[in-house]
Design a protein around this ligand. Structure first.
Ligand code: SF4
Length: 435
């Protein structure tokens, strides 16, 4: 085993529906959960993510985070060599040695995440036990936790869900009434949210993951959990098992979703609805004004969301209700009806949903529907663009600050941009003398 440290561098009212999604099970085109390390390591600069995997895993994580070449290396790969994979070497001993060397070289690391991969799962390397052993060896210096980021999961965002689930047993207990925001937000967005909660009169508010991995929030029966992202079902259930209460809400994407999200928190804390409206209304007005120029581009355009990030329902709801797009199909890697209940209720009756993926069949439906815009994984974007279909990478939506009323205009712009680009390309190619 060797270690490779990578420089990380609408307005129309929705109708409650009980959609019967198309169930698909076939070839998938998605990133694995290792990808989530890219945003998790930015969130917790005192943590280190050690992937226990192959050279392929190292290449993936290096490529995914390659844009951050000036950052401190806060993740790496303990590469399982042929001897490890063939069972000729004791992978646990090798892992202990790699961790020892890493911690000696990087004493500032406070939390070490051992991240499982397809190869480590194939050779049945028990990273939970390894974390226990390493915790005993390095007690007082670093806490070691493990989770899986392997491609056996169906959505790359499950990497964050698994990482946060691994932290839940470490959260201290508390009986205090508090709001816990769950899911990684951009720091600037989180700062604005904290200011808004303060103005609403909600206190205290903490976040999982925290900005420093050692400053874990507490949890208990009076903790009200508000999910920032729709892909954190396992974490939500682990927090409920610690007694916390899960607030049901649409996700804070777009003006409508963001206002409802804040309203749910305000209701849970007994805030006067008139005060809530006085805080949120000016923001909503500003957000709608920011969306308006992009709505002119998006309105009436046909949208097809392929399953990738697990954010598809919330995005489809925003683009249909606030930007006037026509939903052809919303694909999702898996449909968590509990976590998506409020999003489902806001979709128009008859919205076609699909769960899982059968790539060929989905592409056939895309070609037949001739949508104006397809939201998809990076691997599908270029082939679809070559067929004349505008695309938007769904992974970009996980890396971008898109939450909240203040970001609604930017969120709409992310979808309007490829349509404007496609219009410009079509215009240029229609001009005499141009190809
Ligand atoms: S975890 Fe699996 S899918 Fe992800 S890069 Fe490694 S081998 Fe590939």
């Amino acid at each position: 085993m060797s270690v490779s440290l990578t420089s990380a561098a609408g307005s129309s009212a929705g109708t409650a529906i009980d959609p019967k999604p198309i169930q698909e099970n076939g070839q998938r085109e998605v990133f694995c959960g290792l990808t989530s390390i890219v945003w998790l390591h930015r969130r917790m600069p005192d943590a280190f993510f050690l992937v226990v995997g192959s050279r392929t895993c190292a290449h993936l994580i290096q490529s995914a985070a390659g844009v951050m070449i000036f950052a401190e290396p806060r993740f790496g790969t303990a590469i399982l060599g042929e001897r490890d994979l063939a069972g000729l070497a004791d992978a646990n001993e090798e892992l202990d040695r790699v961790v020892q060397e890493l911690l000696a070289r990087r004493p500032e690391i406070r939390t070490l995440f051992l991240v499982g991969s397809c190869p480590s799962e194939v050779i049945k390397l028990d990273l939970a036990k390894a974390a226990e052993r390493l915790n005993r060896q390095h007690r007082g210096h670093v806490q070691v936790v493990s989770y899986s980021g392997s491609g056996i999961e169906t959505a790359f965002t499950q990497g964050e869900d698994n990482a946060l689930t691994a932290l839940v047993p470490l959260l201290p207990s508390s009986a205090e009434k508090q709001l816990l925001l769950v899911g990684t937000l951009a720091d600037g967005v989180e700062d604005r949210f904290l200011t808004l909660f303060e103005r609403l009169g909600i206190d205290p508010v903490s976040s999982l993951p925290p900005r420093r991995s050692t400053e874990l929030p507490s949890v208990g029966p009076a903790t009200q959990v508000l999910l920032c992202q729709p892909f954190l079902g396992t974490t939500a259930r682990a927090l409920k098992a610690r007694g916390a209460q899960l607030l049901s809400s649409p996700y804070p994407l777009g003006v409508e979703g963001s206002c409802r999200w804040f309203e749910r928190a305000a209701e849970a804390f007994g805030i006067d609805p008139a005060h809530t409206r006085s805080v949120l209304d000016p923001l909503a007005e500003r957000g709608r004004a920011a969306v308006a120029p992009h709505r002119r581009v998006l309105e009436g355009k046909k949208l097809f969301l392929l399953p990738d990030s697990q954010m598809e329902l919330a995005l489809g709801r925003f683009l249909q209700r606030e930007c006037g797009m026509e939903l052809v199909e919303i694909g999702t890697p898996y449909l968590d009806r509990q976590l998506q209940a409020e999003e489902l209720a806001l979709l128009p009756a008859g919205t076609q949903l699909s769960e899982g993926q059968h790539l060929e069949k989905q592409l056939e439906r895309v070609r037949a529907a001739k949508p104006d815009l397809v939201v998809c994984g990076m691997g599908l974007a270029n082939p679809l663009e070559a067929e004349g279909i505008a695309t938007k990478w769904s992974i970009e939506l996980v890396f971008s600050p898109i939450h909240g009323c203040d970001q609604a205009g930017d969120l709409a712009e992310l979808f309007a941009r490829p349509l404007r680009r496609r219009q410009a390309l079509n215009f240029a190619s229609s001009q005499p003398g141009n190809l």
